[in-house]
Ligand binder design. Structure first.
Ligand code: IFM
Length: 448
């Protein structure tokens, strides 16, 4: 049996817009995702998060399910516009009450609450003031964070400031595939900087308030490798790595932005930075979350976009593609964990997301046999274990996702959950992988 260290934390993750629904209930304001998904052709099949999994009304049932599976911790995110409907100013007591109760119920069920302050649902009113492209966004975020720390700081043990700032900036503002749907590369760099600044200011607010929990940030990190030994491939790799990972890791843990990337993109694309910003961004955190899904090899491509690179997914033998057209490469998880530990930080690391969407076929009772997902989880946990053996300070693992949910631009088509949601009846049915995960938690490991 592959045993994990004592105290290794087992959990599952979700995000507010992807599961809550109740998009305009109890005083909630509009978010950029409400706004975006209500526009034609932004989302596959015209799907929206209006109802999603209706978790807003079913959180007790969901927590009972978590308990029955033996989850030790639950990672959820808070919808900023539920708390501050227009982003700043008046607090919505009903929104606050929802998360207050959620945390209390989790604790009653013996589940450690792990709260993310921002998983992409910015209040639309703030978008109309420029969103993350406006430098003031860092202060708006710190003020919102303070409201949440004051309300839940006595009970929430783990706080993440941001989920995947790369995606918010480069997919939301660079490519426009995500809300707010802007395609402007220089804005992507600027918003990345403001998001990082917002993170730093929230950490400062947390330290100033002396709250008892721990605070960190969650990055989506892939494993990157050069396609070949040529200098052209090596440098293409460096550009792509620095844009996707180095930009965030280096500013957070070394207090500087990657020099090569910044020279490459030149002064017209570089973000405007004020003195003191990088000190704020690199204020020490207590843990880091890594979301891992895939690995890439990078070759020089003279016809490529700004990075002049051809980026191709790496697949390990024997795995088909997932429903997202993602290849599967568990070894990349060991590699990225070792990379972070060797080059950036020895603070506790958590895998805050890992999982896969495969075509699920429910039987007449809604039960899904999902050996592919189960094997995926086992292979990635084995890879995580290898990193621990190599000395990485890895302290826990969260499956993405607890429930099938709204997969952003792809709507409800890809199903990532270990629990099936029938979107017509909203009935929840644990899949085979959920029962495997339950056993794994119980044994603190699994048979290889
Ligand atoms: O569903 C997303 C999640 O919101 C952020 N990380 C990746 C997941 C799968 O695409």
């Amino acid at each position: 049996m592959l045993k994990f260290p004592d105290g290794f934390l087992w959990g599952a993750a979700t995000a507010s817009y992807q599961i809550e629904g109740a998009w305009k209930e109890d005083g909630k304001g509009e978010s950029i995702w409400d706004h975006f998904s209500h526009q034609p052709y932004r989302i596959q099949n015209g799907d929206t998060g209006d109802t999603a999994c209706d978790h807003y009304h079913r959180s007790s049932e969901d927590i009972a399910l978590m308990k029955s599976l033996g989850l030790q911790t639950y990672r959820f995110s808070i919808a900023w516009p539920r708390i501050l409907p227009v982003g700043t100013g008046p607090i919505n007591p009903k929104g606050l009450a929802f998360y207050d109760q959620l945390v209390d119920h989790l604790l009653e069920a013996g589940i450690i609450p792990c709260a993310t302050l921002y998983h992409w649902d910015l209040p639309q009113t703030l978008q109309e003031r420029g969103g993350w492209a406006n430098r003031e966004s860092a202060d708006w975020f710190a003020d919102y964070a303070r409201v949440m720390f004051d309300q839940l700081g006595d009970r929430v043990k783990f706080w993440s400031t941001l989920n995947e700032p790369f995606v918010s900036s480069f997919i939301g503002y660079g490519e426009g595939r995500h809300a707010p749907g802007i395609a402007d590369t220089s804005m992507a760099y600027q918003t990345a900087h403001h998001l990082l600044l917002a993170h730093g200011k929230a950490v400062q607010a947390f330290r100033d308030g002396g709250y008892p929990g721990r605070i960190g940030i969650v990055l989506n990190l892939s494993h990157y490798t050069p396609a070949g030994p040529s200098e052209a491939d090596q440098l293409a790799y460096q550009r792509v790595y620095e844009q996707n990972a180095g930009l965030f890791l280096s500013s957070l843990f070394k207090g500087s932005y990657p020099e090569y990337l910044f020279n490459w993109i030149g002064s017209t694309q570089q973000p405007k930075i004020q003195s003191g910003d990088l000190e704020t961004i690199s204020a020490p955190v207590d843990f880091m979350g890594i979301n891992y899904y895939m690995s890439f090899k990078v070759a020089y491509n003279p016809l490529g976009d700004l990075m002049r690179a051809h980026v191709e997914q790496i697949s390990s033998p024997g795995w088909g593609q997932t429903d997202m057209d993602w290849e599967v490469h568990p070894e990349g998880l060991t590699a990225i964990l070792r990379h972070v530990s060797d080059n950036y930080t020895k603070i506790p690391l958590y895998i805050t997301e890992n999982g896969s969407a495969f075509p699920d076929v429910p039987d007449e009772n809604g039960f899904v046999k999902d050996p592919a997902r189960l094997n995926y989880l086992r292979a990635h946990l084995t890879a995580a274990h290898r990193a621990i053996e190599a000395g990485v300070n890895l302290k826990g693992y969260f499956v993405w996702s607890f429930l099938d949910n709204f997969e952003w631009a792809l709507g409800y088509a890809p199903r990532f959950g270990i629990i099936r949601v029938d979107y017509k009846t909203l009935k929840r049915t644990p899949k085979q992988s959920a029962y495997w995960y339950q056993q794994t938690i119980q044994n603190n490991g699994f048979d290889e």
